[in-house]
Design a protein. Sequence first.
Length: 467
Amino acid sequence: MRAAPTILHLDMDAFFAAAEQASKPSLRGKPVVVGGLGPRGVVATASYEARRFGVHSAMPMGQARRLAPNAAYLVPRFAFYRSISEQVMELLGRLSPLVEPLSLDEAFVDLEAGGVADDSASARAAGERLRVDILATTGLTGSVGLAGSKMIAKIASEEAKPDGLVLIEPGTERELLGPRSVRILPGVGPATGEHLRRAGMTTVSDLAEAGEDELVRLLGRAHGASLHRMAQGYDDRPVVAERDAKSVSVEDTFDVDLHDRVRIRTEVERLAERCVGRLRASGHSGRTIVLKVRRFDFSTLTRSETLRGPTDDPGVVREAAGRLLEGVDTTGGVRLLGVGVSGLADYTQEDLFAQAEAEAVAEAGAAAEAGAGASPGSGEAAEGVGAVTAVVAPAGPGAEGAVERHWSPGHDVRHAVYGAGWVQGSGVGRVTVRFESPGSKPGRVRTFAVDDPELVPGEALPLVGGE
């Protein structure tokens, strides 16, 4: 615990939704919900206007639509959010060498380590200056909490929302925490909160008064002792600049349960390729391959296989995930599939089996090419990360099979005549686009055929100083 409030916690306000409102003038001041739009999608972020209707993150999208039927529902644009996050993190890095990102829109900063604050006045000045810089650089707002510990700084930033700053003086932690719900403490979720409620503890002061022995009896040694310290306002965790990843994983939830075993295997192989892409991008390799399967009845199975050494070879990961799938019963249907790699290392041990397999495949390919010619393989579908995806429709009599483009609500497009815009909706062979940019007035809406050659996917425009 510090004697001065030099630990800063920044939390961007309704980040995804706010970024969408800032880039789309027609949505400013209106309810916006960002997330998966399929029948099993969930809310990633809701704007403050949507929250007034009871919509919140992690809520099923169907429930959100019932609560706020007139809100704008958009799919996420993660590359766009990541670019804004990089701008914010760069500003934080100017304050201190000790910046601990928690997500794209949230981070701790040790102001003392950066030499920009050593008391309440200088810490507040640094926090206010940061908020001004974020707004000027990104066009978005963030809330700042300042305190002598990470736990209290995070609580302070929550109290500061939206677009504010709260400083909690060291020494006032117990007074602040005492009347609050036990759920305000890190690690106290719904289940632990209910367990404590049944024991007669609903406020933080109840936990402090219960004593460490009672909490250890109820929750176990590690959790009980930690919770008792936090209930008294103690938190000596340092701000850590580098947080090592423990695993890399990807997963997909399907709108309709998958029953075909070949399709399930194909999806697992596709996920394995994506997972390796992320693994390589992070500069890691890993030893343990993990397969996650959520079945039709919501039961979730996890299977893993540990290799002799770390790998980032897509063939090795793909084959291991396939072997794990063989041991899972998918008869009733599959709702979700995921592939992950854990046991990460920053090097790759040569995998002789993978090398031998690759050589065998190469030899087989050369032999086939020397013979009757290589037969065309079934190309893997590209991951749908852009504004438009292509779907081959069933071929009609005498047709080769038509390609129909599907446009995702909220994604960027550009028209040869009207310029930059975004997809407002699509269906029955038509796509509706609103043409506007971050610095413009609310734009006009026009409708086109989904295969209009003059309409193409576009790039996100910067929120400040853009078109």
